[in-house]
Design a binder for this molecule. Structure first.
Ligand SMILES: NC(=O)c1ccc[n+]([C@@H]2O[C@H](COP(=O)([O-])OP(=O)(O)OC[C@H]3O[C@@H](n4cnc5c(N)ncnc54)[C@H](O)[C@@H]3O)[C@@H](O)[C@H]2O)c1
Length: 234
């Protein structure tokens, strides 16, 4: 098994767009100068990712895995040279696979990623990495901390304002975002900065990550500039 000198955790979130555990590819090049990728979950996103990764010169689509035979067959037609599996553990155990791309439904992400890491594979895992409700929990924690201050007589309930609440959040010293760019195509926030984006402009881009690059970013800023922000006014 090839060992990496380091791993890098990248959060590409032009607004919770995607999350990936990414490796420095050059360190895993095999004897044939290609990274052999196994795709676990080849529904909409996994199949799209395989197309995108295939465009990289040093990548080979080595294995495809899906519990749904139709999705597996459809993707295999595009990559007939790849092995097919219905059990993701077979891909993780496969010595001919250097790294895996996990695009199953959410509840499998964490376990599949942990198993793959334990097997020495490098991992790209779609967001969400886990099924937590972190942002929601932060709001509950803020409410508890305010309640504690009230209980101790340090704060009058009448003095609880939006600003006080914001000061109890982990983002207290960071300005609220003006624009949230969603690059996943999904029309929802998915628990991201729930409180902080109350007045942010939301933009769901037609170009999805990873094709969302500098030109698309500039276009998003131009779109933002064209918008009239009323902050609740008429
Ligand atoms: N990063 C982004 O911008 C982005 C965009 C879209 C989707 N996603 C994420 O990608 C993931 C997949 O989304 P999708 O729209 O492709 O869903 P999908 O339902 O089309 O595909 C998921 C596939 O995983 C397969 N699968 C589920 N459990 C499996 C298992 N244990 N072993 C093997 N295969 C399994 C399913 O059969 C299905 O084919 C989701 O977690 C989603 O949040 C990310």
């Amino acid at each position: 098994m090839r060992k990496l000198s380091r791993r890098r955790f990248l959060t590409t979130t032009a607004g919770a767009g995607a999350t990936a555990l990414v490796l420095p590819w050059r360190n895993v090049l095999g004897a044939n100068d290609s990274v052999r990728l196994g795709f676990i979950g080849v529904g909409g996103r996994g199949s799209y990712s395989a197309d995108w990764f295939k465009k990289l010169p040093d990548v080979r689509v080595a294995a495809l895995c899906d519990a749904d035979a139709k999705h597996l067959d459809d993707c295999h037609k595009k990559f007939p040279g790849a092995k097919t599996q219905i059990d993701l553990r077979r891909v993780i155990d496969d010595k001919d696979v250097d790294a895996v791309v996990i695009s199953t439904c959410n509840h499998w992400h964490a376990l599949a990623a942990v198993w793959a890491c334990q097997a020495g594979k490098d991992v790209y895992v779609e967001k969400p990495i886990s099924n937590n409700v972190w942002e929601g929990r932060k709001i509950v924690e803020a409410a508890r901390s305010i309640a504690q201050q009230v209980k101790l007589g340090e704060l009058d309930p009448a003095d609880i304002t939006e600003q006080v609440f914001a000061q109890h959040l982990y983002t207290r010293n960071i300005p609220d975002p003006d624009l949230l760019i969603r690059t996943s195509g999904e029309m929802r926030i998915s628990n991201f900065l729930l409180w902080q984006i109350s007045y942010a402009e939301l933009l769901v881009t037609p170009t999805l990550w990873p094709d969302f690059r500098k030109p698309q970013f500039y276009a998003a800023l131009e779109e933002y500039n064209r918008r009239h922000r009323r902050f609740g006014g008429l």
